[in-house]
Every structure is written in structure tokens, then in C-alpha cells.
Design a protein around this ligand. Structure first.
Ligand code: CA
Length: 240
């Protein structure tokens, strides 16, 4: 939904600072998510691709924040604003070189942080429109023509129900990323109702029967137990 306000992940181990930032974001209409460790941040970043911005502390209890930036830059250009007590130039340079977009030293002004959030999101909005949704998808023997709404496997058309098609295209557009149950429910059904989880499993099972060469050993749709599903990248079929 385009009208929804951007989601922003706040990574900070100090609960007072985390609450301050999250509350300020919430008051200004953003949707803050919170993580207290680098591990929790990376789990959130890999499982929920619907993120607009990261506000990141560097002094985290498990790993350095710079490691989080480096890892994130392996697959994502989501803007990162560092919020750190470290004020040495060398620390700023290390964070910016790792891929941070901006750097704010603690103690900080909430108004300045919000201004920098607006700048980062504006930059993102300028860059984003040049990236239209592709009209075709190909992965191994699986192909989707988004304009025609046609799915083929090894050249043969696969007949999907509207829900199965929405599920497949959502996972395909996020190939390589784990999508959580809640994210999928929200995107496909428009809401998150815990009781819908069993129906999601049923739809995934029928979808697998239609697109997997061997549904018992899926190569496309990988299950992450208790988390969600991922579309795997599959090698193109070998030419005989
Ligand atoms: Ca800290």
C-alpha cells in the first residue's frame, strides 16, 4: 500500500535511547521497528524486506554496528543513518566506507535526527522510480509473465488460483529473501490474522504441487520452520 508511512528499523541496545527514537518516529507518522542487538537487527533485515531506513547504533553488545552495515550492503541499498557516541573521524569514515549514508553523534537532537530521516527518505524517493517492476520473471524452469498473468514450468502453462498467483509472484519478486508468515499474510490477504496461518500452509502446499518437479523435495519454495518461506534461485535447466 503506497499510502503507508515508511517503516524504520531502530537498532540500539540502550532502551532509553531506543524508546526516545522510536517514539519520535511514531509521533511523526513513521512506523518504527526495534532491535537491541546486531543479531536481532540482521534477522529483521533479512526477513522483512519492506523497510525504508535503518537508524543504527555502533556500540552493540554482540557485534559492531559497522558489521551490520557491511552485511546489509551485501544485498540491500536501504539507507542507514548511524547514531553513535563515537565522534572520532576514523569511526565516521569506517561507518561511511562500510556503506552508511549519514552519521549523527550522540548526544543528538531529535529534531536533527528527524530532518536527516527526511533527507534520506527523499533521496530514496528520487532514486526509486527509475526501478520499475520487471514484466517477466525467470528462475530455473519457472517463468512468470506478469503482464499476461501467465505462469509456465518447463514451457508448460501452470494454472493457478488468484491466491496462489499472488503468493507465487510475491515470493518471486523477493527471490532469495525469507518472507515471514506475517508479511505474506499482510501482502496477500491484506491483513494479519494468526488463524490464517493454516490456510497459508494449505495454499503453499497446493502451489508446490503445481510448480515443484517433486513437491516432497521442493527446489523453488523453501520452508523456514516457524518463520516463513523463501523462493530459491535455481540454475537454468541443462540443455540436452
Ligand atoms: Ca550502544
Amino acid at each position: 500500500m503506497a499510502s503507508e508511512m515508511p517503516e524504520i528499523l531502530v537498532v540500539e541496545d540502550d532502551p532509553a535511547v531506543r524508546n526516545l527514537v522510536a517514539t519520535a518516529l511514531d509521533v511523526h507518522g513513521y512506523r518504527p521497528r526495534e532491535a537491541a542487538t546486531a543479531t536481532a537487527a540482521l534477522r529483521d533485515l533479512t526477513s522483512r524486506p519492506d523497510l525504508s531506513l535503518v537508524i543504527l547504533d555502533l556500540g552493540l553488545p554482540d557485534r559492531d554496528g559497522v558489521d551490520v552495515i557491511r552485511a546489509l550492503r551485501g544485498w540491500s541499498r536501504t539507507p542507514v543513518i548511524v547514531l553513535s557516541a563515537r565522534q572520532e573521524d576514523a569511526d565516521k569514515v569506517a561507518a561511511l566506507d562500510a556503506g552508511a549514508d549519514d552519521y549523527l553523534v550522540k548526544p543528538f537532537s531529535v529534531d536533527e535526527l528527524l530532518a536527516r530521516v527526511r533527507v534520506a527518505l527523499r533521496r530514496l524517493a528520487y532514486e526509486a522510480p527509475a526501478d520499475p517492476q520487471p514484466s517477466a520473471y525467470r528462475n530455473g524452469g519457472l517463468a512468470i509473465d506478469f503482464d499476461a498473468g501467465v505462469v509456465t514450468r518447463d514451457g508448460a502453462e501452470v494454472h493457478l488460483t488468484p491466491i496462489e498467483y499472488k503468493l507465487l509472484t510475491l515470493l518471486a519478486r523477493n527471490t532469495g529473501k525469507v518472507l515471514t508468515h506475517n508479511y505474506i499474510l499482510k501482502e496477500v490477504w491484506g491483513q494479519v490474522v494468526a488463524s490464517d496461518l493454516p490456510s497459508l500452509r494449505v495454499f503453499m502446499a497446493t502451489l508446490r504441487k503445481k510448480i515443484e518437479p517433486d513437491p516432497a523435495n521442493p527446489v523453488y519454495l523453501q520452508t523456514h520452520v516457524g518463520v516463513g518461506y523463501r523462493m530459491m534461485s535455481v540454475e537454468p535447466p541443462a540443455q540436452p
